[in-house]
Design a binder for this molecule. Structure first.
Ligand SMILES: Nc1nc2c(ncn2[C@@H]2O[C@H](COP(=O)(O)OP(=O)(O)OP(=O)(O)O)[C@@H](O)[C@H]2O)c(=O)[nH]1
Length: 603
């Protein structure tokens, strides 16, 4: 199985915007090459995490090896390396692209190029990949391949004369795609004689075998039983199992330059075998690791607190377990005067944050209070000390600070022209700076802004979608830090400051945000037996205040006389609602209140 010459290997990935048909096409390729039988196909192979399937997005990347007999009669090995489709995971995307020589650019012929497609195509072009444009969904009556082709040519500058018209669903164009991979994607370089260097592009934790590492051999070769060294983590392991992904794991004795496979080597956590690290032989190490390794850096932080203090240890255990499989997840204990004991967690982005939160609640059955996301501020104190602050409540007081800088992103949106006005308005209210606007074909426009990441991690994406009725797409990347006049806004409930509600805002927006926030909290916090004052303050200055009036009526008074079952139902409903409350002193505050800042009307 593994004695295939390098000249007949083709490594490729598929670049596509969400829902343009990447998984369907991948399935179709596996089926057409006979890699997976029709029966097995029932379960979608490449998207196999439950959560992933439910949300319809690809989070984890994997690989599949296909044997294909070309029209020239030769046997080829085609390795498809899957890439995650979300901007949070763009570093992983870049590593899996480096493991390939070519990429299929799949664009929905009834839609056109989207922001995420662009971001990934640029990454692929950066790494000199051969790009094969595929217009998918041509079976749809609304398909306009000619228009979409001119869009690709215009925006990306890619020659589309050889673009393939396909329908992954109907099986149209699949043979042509396979032949193009063989003829257009260059074979890997034959560097079998050099010392082993293999690039890790994915890994996951298996409770029985330890971490399973997916890699592409760039130089040299590797055999089962050999001792390998990971050049960044500097750890050494003996290979227990070496194999290929077909797409189920099949053991082999040896893999050489150009091939894609996996190893199991009793590696305890994915942190020890990070994406981007280089595997070499312990006995005959390569001189230098492969270029481009980066440590995943969390960009968004939030606090996680168990509603019930007894679940603190369970939460720690659950985070420990998730970390085994997610080296980008960061956490450390946090003690909040209002919330008690919890953890401050760092994530690659908002989607990563949501995935982790959902898994904690779903798979570990924890009831959590999650505080609003924050970015990492860079604070320079008067004495020249530079601090990275990911928790607004820890911002040093103004008299100690010389300056605060915040992370900025460059955001690219693609939208039908009709929504340009409303999206520009959105960016303006989010302190955005206009950079560029270009008209594409058929009334579509790209819009480029630079704005603070803090303004994006709130509800920017939801706003973009609702303002454009779902038609606009966006992509962003970090461009650096910029100094701004920022202040800490504190919230007091019943006279007590609630550290988990503190936030960092621009001074010009502080009054309107403070006012909107207390109003929102008034709606979200239920009435109690007593009046509850709500205040927003900057330092000792109260800038907005409200109160929640005392409860007058007994909730059960609403029920008819003796109908006990109805009463029970009402009490049960209340008990359920209570689960997601945190008692701050004498006031019960629901989960939604901690996220109130994400639900403020546009300022
Ligand atoms: N009519 C038609 N529908 C298609 C075709 N290819 C895919 N679809 C449908 O488009 C939807 C999205 O397809 P997927 O393959 O899940 O898209 P994807 O790009 O993998 O999406 P993510 O995994 O979320 O990135 C599904 O409902 C598919 O059935 C096609 O050629 N024609």
């Amino acid at each position: 199985m593994t004695d295939v010459p390098v000249s007949r290997i083709r490594n490729f990935s598929i670049i596509a915007h969400i829902d343009h048909g990447k998984s369907t096409l991948a399935d179709r390729l596996l089926q057409t090459t006979g890699t997976v039988s029709d029966r097995q196909m029932k379960e979608q192979f490449l998207d196999n995490m439950e959560l992933e399937r439910e949300r319809g997005i690809t989070i984890k990347l994997q690989a599949a090896r296909m044997n294909y007999q070309g029209k020239d009669g030769e046997q080829y090995v085609l390795n498809l390396i899957d890439t995650p489709g979300h901007v949070d995971f763009s570093y992983e995307v870049s590593r899996s692209l480096v493991a390939c020589e070519g990429a299929l650019l799949v664009v929905d012929a009834s839609q056109g190029v989207e922001a995420q497609t662009l971001a990934n195509v640029y990454l692929a072009l950066e790494h000199d990949l051969e790009i094969i444009p595929v217009l998918n969904k041509i079976d749809l009556p609304g398909a306009e391949p000619e228009r979409v082709i001119s869009e690709i040519e215009e925006i990306i500058g890619l020659d589309c004369s050889g673009a393939i018209l396909a329908s992954a669903k109907e099986g149209i164009g699949i043979d042509e795609i396979l032949e193009s991979i063989v003829h257009l994607v260059p074979p890997p370089q034959d560097t079998i004689d050099q010392p082993l260097r293999a690039l890790i592009f994915d890994s996951y934790y298996d409770p029985y075998r330890g971490v399973i590492v997916y890699f592409r051999v760039m130089d040299g070769s590797v055999r089962t039983g050999e001792k390998v060294r990971l050049m960044v983590s500097k750890k050494e392991y003996e290979i227990d199992e070496l194999g290929v992904l077909s797409p189920t794991q099949i053991q082999v004795e040896q893999l050489h330059a150009g091939e894609v496979g996996y190893i199991a080597a009793a590696i305890k956590t994915v942190e020890d075998a990070r994406v981007g690290d280089t595997i070499t032989l312990a006995a005959e190490p390569a001189e230098k690791p492969l270029p481009g390794y980066k440590e995943a850096k969390p960009m968004v932080f939030c606090g996680l607190f168990p509603t019930d203090a007894d679940q603190y240890e369970d939460l720690r255990e659950a985070l420990n377990r998730l970390k085994l499989n997610d080296s980008a997840l960061n956490y450390e204990p946090e003690t909040s005067s209002a919330m008690g004991f919890g953890f401050r967690c760092g994530f690659l982005g908002l989607l990563h944050m949501e995935i982790v939160q959902e898994r904690l609640e779903r798979e570990y059955d924890l009831d959590l209070i999650i505080t609003a996301p924050s970015v990492v501020y860079r604070v320079t104190n008067m004495d020249g000390e530079v601090l990275e602050i990911d928790n607004p409540s820890l911002l040093p007081p103004p008299q100690q600070r010389e300056k605060i800088e915040e992370p900025y992103v460059r955001i690219e949106m693609i939208t039908p022209e009709t929504y340009v006005g409303t999206l520009m308005e959105l960016c303006q209210t989010r302190r955005g700076e206009f950079k560029d606007m270009r008209y594409l074909t058929q009334g579509r426009t790209t819009l480029v802004y630079e704005l603070p990441l803090a303004e994006v991690v709130t509800d920017f994406f939801d706003q973009l979608k609702s303002r454009s009725r779902g038609y606009a797409s966006m992509e962003y990347h970090l461009i650096g830090y910029q100094e701004n006049t920022l202040v800490r806004l504190d919230v007091l409930i019943n006279g007590d400051p609630v550290d988990s509600l503190a936030m960092i805002v621009h001074r010009d927006k502080a009054y309107s945000v403070g006012r909107a926030l207390v109003e929102k909290l008034r709606e979200l916090i239920p009435r109690h037996q007593f009046k509850i004052p709500l205040q927003a303050s900057i330092g000792s200055r109260v800038i907005a205040s409200e109160h929640i009036p005392a409860l007058r009526k007994d909730v059960l008074a609403k029920c008819y006389g003796g109908d006990i079952s109805r009463k029970k139902k009402l009490l049960q409903k209340q008990a359920k609602g209570k689960k997601r409350m945190k008692s701050l002193g004498t006031v019960d505050v629901p989960q939604e209140a901690f996220m109130a800042v994400l639900r403020l009307e546009p300022q």
